[in-house]
Design a binder for this molecule. Structure first.
Ligand code: COA
Length: 136
C-alpha cells in the first residue's frame, strides 16, 4: 500500500463513482479544489481510496473521502486517516475536521473524531461536522 498525491482527474473519477454515481464529473468538483492536496492510497499501482485536504491556518478540513466500492472495508480509508493524523502531528496543526455524512460518523469515531453541534442537509444527505483537536 502506498499513499501519495493522486492526479486530480483520478480523484474526481473516484468521487463521482463512489459518492455521486448518478451525477456528472462536473458536479463533484469543488470550487477550491485547486487549493487542495489530493491524496490517494494505491495498491499494485491502482487507486483504492482518495481524500482531499484543505489547510485553513492551523486547521485542516478533509473532504470527499471515498474508497472504491468493491474495495471497501479493507483498511484503505483507515490508512488515509492515519496519514492525516500523522501529518497534523508533524505540522502541529490544532484541529482536523470534516462534514461527515451521518451514515459515516461511526467510521470517524473510530479515529477519535467527535460530533459537533453543527449539522445540515445538502444534496439529499444529512451531514454533521466532526472534529479532532490536538492539545498544544
Ligand atoms: C466511509 C468509507 C470512506 C470507508 O472506507 P473503507 O476503505 O471501506 O474503510 P476501512 O476499510 O478503512 O474501514 C475501517 C473500519 O471502519 C469501519 N467502517 C467503514 N465504513 C463505515 C461506516 N460507514 N460506518 C461505520 N463504520 C465503518 C469498517 O468496518 C472498519 O472497521 P473494522 O476495522 O472494525 O473492521 C467508504 O465506506 C466509502 O467510500 N463510503 C462512501 C462514501 C462516503 O460515505 N464517504 C464519507 C463521506 S463523509
Amino acid at each position: 500500500m502506498i499513499i501519495s498525491e493522486a492526479p486530480y482527474e483520478e480523484v474526481l473519477a473516484m468521487r463521482q463513482q463512489v459518492m455521486y454515481p448518478d451525477k456528472s464529473i462536473e458536479f463533484v468538483k469543488l470550487p477550491d479544489d485547486d487549493m487542495g492536496l489530493h491524496i490517494g492510497v494505491y495498491e499494485n499501482e491502482e487507486l483504492m481510496s482518495v481524500m482531499s485536504v484543505f489547510l485553513h491556518g492551523r486547521e485542516v478540513q478533509f473532504r470527499k473521502l471515498a474508497t472504491r466500492t468493491d474495495m471497501q472495508r479493507k483498511g484503505y480509508a483507515s490508512a488515509l486517516m492515519q496519514w492525516l493524523t500523522d501529518y497534523a502531528n508533524d505540522m502541529k496543526f490544532d484541529r482536523l475536521w470534516c462534514n461527515a455524512r451521518t451514515n459515516a460518523t461511526g467510521f470517524y469515531k473510530k479515529f477519535g473524531y467527535k460530533e459537533t453541534d453543527k449539522s445540515f442537509v445538502q444534496n439529499g444527505y444529512d451531514y454533521i461536522i466532526m472534529e479532532k483537536t490536538f492539545n498544544p
